[in-house]
Write a protein that binds this ligand. Structure first.
Ligand code: ZN
Length: 312
């Protein structure tokens, strides 16, 4: 029922032609390149193709016309957690950096810590450069794991495709540099190479998916786009998070402190608890050991008492 609701709700509401990370809806003719992620709503598999075409077309009026597949939902991109007996959901928060994307939502991060909510944070190198002290504290927080959102927040392409006005690398070398630049920034903070790469804008093309695999990381997408870069209203974000289906990877942002994301997550937590959802970080969901973890990965962390630890 929950899944059906999510799909139905979003099939009514998505997609929209809104610039990523902007505060208000924008005309397709006035899409502005910005630095937060764009995916605008949970898009059901049956609606994905049309959504991608619409979103891409609206954002690339002056760009090379991208040939499909090009978007967040192409083959080879991880979009869900592995199957588990318990209802697991991964909350992921992107910090994109750049103009309009350099913020830090300390209220949100404090909420996650206070409520012991484990989360996966995707940081770009440019956001880390803006917030070196914050990034170091996030890396030291056991509740969180840091993953790669790229060096310059570029979409994942090897032929200069654009997503939401942001032009990606023009060749494999450029794609490798974008991925490796973000990965080294994360590794410098954590001492561990990131396992997952989510590009800026969330857009991939198949050749770039291969570049990600060759780097040793997994190309990561999402199941539920929870906040559209912060532009969704509080109730809509809360609904997207609170009703996310089991196995969902929920995409949210931690770089938009002037939006209602923290309030919405606070609103959604009781619903998740009532559903007995187990919130997990990506590496534990995919059974990668984390540096410093001495316990068996894949246990049953909860987010109301022992969220930061793996339990047997
Ligand atoms: Zn982003």
């Amino acid at each position: 029922m929950v899944l059906l609701c999510v799909l139905a709700c979003d099939s009514r509401e998505a997609p929209v032609s809104r610039a990523p990370g902007t505060n208000s809806a924008a005309s397709p003719k006035h899409v502005v390149p910005v630095s937060t992620d764009v995916p605008d709503a949970t898009v059901a598999p049956s609606h994905r193709a049309s959504a991608e075409v619409s979103m891409s077309a609206s954002a690339s009026a002056s760009a090379t016309e991208p040939a499909p597949p090009w978007g967040p939902f192409i083959p080879g991109v991880v979009r869900r957690l592995p199957h588990s007996a318990e209802p697991r959901i991964a909350l992921t928060f992107d910090a994109c950096g750049g103009p309009g994307g350099d913020g830090y939502d300390d209220v949100l991060i404090d909420l996650l810590k206070r409520e012991k909510v484990p989360a996966t944070l995707f940081l770009t190198r440019r956001w880390i450069i803006e917030h070196p002290d914050v990034a170091a504290r996030l890396a030291a927080e056991p509740l969180f794991e840091l993953q790669n959102h790229g060096a310059r927040h570029l979409p994942c392409t090897v032929r200069g495709l654009r997503a939401f006005g942001i032009k990606g690398p023009e060749d494999e070398r450029g794609a490798r540099a974008e991925i490796a630049g973000g990965a080294s920034a994360i590794a410098k903070l954590t001492g561990t190479s990131p396992r997952f790469y989510r590009p800026g804008t969330g857009y991939f093309e198949p050749a770039c998916v291969e570049v990600v695999h060759a780097s040793g990381a997994r190309p990561l997408g999402f199941t539920v786009a929870g906040d559209a870069g912060g532009s969704f209203a509080r109730a809509r974000i809360a609904r997207a998070v609170g009703e996310a289906p089991p196995g969902a990877i929920v995409l949210l942002h931690m770089n938009q402190p002037n939006h209602e994301i923290a309030d919405a997550v606070r609103d959604a937590l009781p619903r998740l608890r009532a559903r007995r959802v187990v919130l997990v970080r990506l590496t534990e969901a995919f059974s990668f050991p984390r540096k410093g973890d001495s316990r068996q990965v894949g246990g049953k962390p909860t987010f109301d008492g022992n969220a930061g630890r793996q339990t047997e």
